[in-house]
Design a protein around this ligand. Sequence first.
Ligand code: SF4
Length: 352
Amino acid sequence: MWSYMPFAQTLIHWYQRHGRDLPWRHTRNPWHILASEVILQQTQVKQGWDYYLRFIERFPTPQAMADANEEEVMTYWQGLGYYSRARHLHAAAKTLATMPTMPQTAADWQRLPGVGPYTAAAVASIAFGEAVAVVDGNVCRVLSRHFAMDGPIDTTAGLRDIRHMAQTQLPPEAPAAFNQAIMDFGATVCRPRNPECDTCPLRLSCQAFLQGRPEAFPIKARTIRIQERHLIYLFVLTPDGLWLRRRPADGIWPGLFEPLSFEAETFDEAERQCLAVLHTLTPNAQPALLAKPFIHQLTHRKLHCSALWWHTDTTLTPTNGFQAVGLAHLDDYATPVPVTRLLKHLSTITKA
Ligand code: SF4
């Protein structure tokens, strides 16, 4: 006989019947669970799936990743974005490789680089059965809707209430099942838009549904203002190769490689900067369009991306931190998602 609350009971029942069959659900290996959780932060499950399998095949243990250099780790991460996650995971692997045994509690996992309360709770509950609740966006949504919690989740007090509610609902005898159930339920049934309330097993107790306004929850104190920016990439191709430079260690895409880039509030301003720099290389340079303009969406920024390329038979010495990279070696350089996309266009053109 189950001793826990109907809310948890319903979710676990649902999970046993309808939970997604995901590769990281078949393991209690804490390193593999950690890798899956870090990969899935800010990444769709569909996209993260292959990355996870490739990752644990190449880095089956913390030691295997600790022995790899950063360039290789970044190459395996390329395309997932938010590259600081990979750097932190690499740092965590180095720390874990020095430990005689894996940490067992969420508090100990949280001492590792880049491991926050959510990831620590996921690893400790799933791998070691610690009765600690996970709180991510899915959990916030399910709890705030079901219990009609009106504290804004982007305030300290609102988040504290959610954490408390999650911990109160968590059945101590089944923390792994509950945590995975509520996250999966939030991702597939109680979705941000168009939740499946009509067939939801919680609808008779869900306060938001009973009030007729499920999508009003979770409540937020402030909505994020999306900034629109224009970004022009200039691919300079010389006899020695393509000019690439490593981005700074802070800001977006830290430490990744990119061609010349010009970002501004307007397209005209970005273009003016781009042409001014190109004309310092050679006054009569005529760049060509590399690809159709496209939009790359970041959390707080909508980037309108354009790309030009310019080819010269004259050998030029790269300056300002750029290096000429032979086209055959481009795969060794981890690049931001828009650059990776544009490199495919460049490769088609240069092979033609
Ligand atoms: S009834 Fe709707 S809002 Fe409530 S838990 Fe179910 S899917 Fe979410």
